[in-house]
Design a protein around this ligand. Structure first.
Ligand code: PMP
Length: 419
């Protein structure tokens, strides 16, 4: 029998689904993966070669401090400061991907039974993490502009959460961005109540239009900012970081020691060498150029593919659009039909902490080419017109009996971020 803390934590359907997508003929909009052909393979290869051939080569294979490689921390701090979030190298804890940062934060801050407030829908591996820590999840309503600060205030008054978890910029799964005008209000309402904010920001640099917004952490001291190289570098490096705050830093370092002593020495050294030798902004610019085209191809094709009455987000950046099919559709029931047509997506239900809206699904536009996006969406359109697609057509509303997300606009698209 496994430990009680794991019994109620479901396996990630996204990861399970990825395992089923081995067939090469399937065009997949399912994974939130960066495009592998855009990895800077040459630059990364050189970085590892230089680390392994220089005078400090043997040190790169040695144990290292739990907080992380000092040069990498200094380089990341410089980058964050440049993006408008003043950061000292000493503020940073390097983690094995930002996923580990979530685990460390949960370990350091959450007692069993603690309350965690989240947007809904939200990143499902964060939900897993909080559930594993024995937390009770409560949800905060929002709209096209992200979470509603007044509603957050009400949730805080009612449930006294320890922390509020949010992906405020180009969210997974919705693609939405918390409006600049709301950031100060979210910071204020949480700071006043002594609630930690965990700002998970792996996508913020992948902006395809509009002006950058400052991280939430720039507006208040009670924000733990989580960053990652996965989407701007490569996820296989498994490198992320937390911008800690003094009150919680020692606890996070102890949690890190107990979890894995430290993140891989050689991978950190290679990342530091890479950042010193490369213009990462230029690389991110190339990623944005490619992803913008793919985003445009997907958003442009959706009106002719989805059934009338469907709605979807129109993200300014990131990797995802979030679709709501008309009442009566069940995205999970549609998936086998879609797979039979050699196209894949992720049903939306697992991203909900409470009652799921089963008519929702997530489409990622970053890995397929523009031609593959058009072809994949053509197949999705065929699947949607298949008689099996409307599994729940007799039931008005969604299967859960929940009202559809009321923030969708009537035009079929959700404006997000600056729009
Ligand atoms: N947070 C969010 C919102 C994500 O979408 C992801 C990856 N899909 C992560 C964290 C984990 O990223 P990493 O590779 O840095 O562990």
């Amino acid at each position: 029998m496994v430990a009680a803390r794991l019994r109620d934590v479901a396996s990630s359907p996204v990861r399970d689904l990825l395992a089923l997508l081995e067939r090469p003929e399937v065009l997949s909009f399912a994974g939130g993966l960066p495009a592998p052909e855009l990895f800077d393979l040459g630059g990364v290869r050189e970085a590892y070669a230089s680390v392994l051939s220089g005078p400090r080569a043997r040190l790169a294979l040695q144990y290292a401090p739990s907080e992380g490689d000092p040069s990498l921390r200094a380089l990341v701090a410089g980058r964050m400061t440049g993006r408008g979030l003043p950061t000292d190298a000493g503020d940073l804890l390097i983690t094995t991907g930002s996923q580990q940062a979530l685990t460390l934060v949960a370990t350091a801050l959450l007692d069993p039974g603690a309350v965690v407030a989240v947007e809904e829908p939200t990143y499902l591996a964060a939900l897993q993490c909080f559930q594993l820590a024995g937390a009770r999840i409560v949800t905060v309503p929002g709209d096209d502009d992200g979470v509603d600060p007044a509603a957050l205030g009400e949730v805080i008054r009612q449930h006294r959460p320890t922390l509020f978890y949010t992906v405020p910029t180009f969210a997974n799964p919705t693609g939405r961005t918390l409006a600049a005008s709301r950031r100060a209000a979210v910071a204020e309402v949480t700071a006043d109540a002594g609630v930690w904010v965990v700002e998970d920001d792996p996508y913020g640099e992948l902006r395809y239009r509009g002006e950058p917004v400052l991280p939430l952490a720039a507006a208040a001291e009670n924000v733990l900012y989580l960053g990652s190289f996965s989407k701007i570098g490569a996820p296989g490096l498994r490198l992320g970081w937390v911008r800690t705050r003094p009150a919680v830093r020692p606890a996070l370092v102890v949690a890190k020691q107990a979890t894995d002593l430290h993140t891989s020495t050689i991978d950190q050294a290679a990342a530091a060498a890479y950042l010193s030798a490369t213009d990462l902004d230029r690389h991110v610019g190339r990623l944005c150029d490619a992803y913008r085209e793919r985003r445009d191809a997907m958003i442009g094709a959706l009106p002719s593919v989805l059934p009338p009455g469907s709605r979807w987000t129109d993200p300014d950046g990131g990797m995802f659009t979030w679709v709501r099919l008309p009442d009566g559709y069940d995205a999970a029931a549609l998936l086998p039909t879609a797979l039979a047509h050699d196209v894949a997506f992720v049903p939306g239900a697992p991203f909900y902490a409470t009652a799921p809206d089963r008519a929702t699904l997530r489409l990622s536009f970053t890995t397929p080419t523009v031609d593959e996006i058009r072809e994949g969406l053509r197949r999705l359109g065929l699947a949607l017109r298949h008689p099996d697609a409307q599994a729940d057509s007799g039931t008005p509303g969604t299967m859960s009996g929940r009202k559809p997300v009321d923030s969708w606009t009537r035009t079929g698209q959700i404006a997000s971020g600056a729009r």
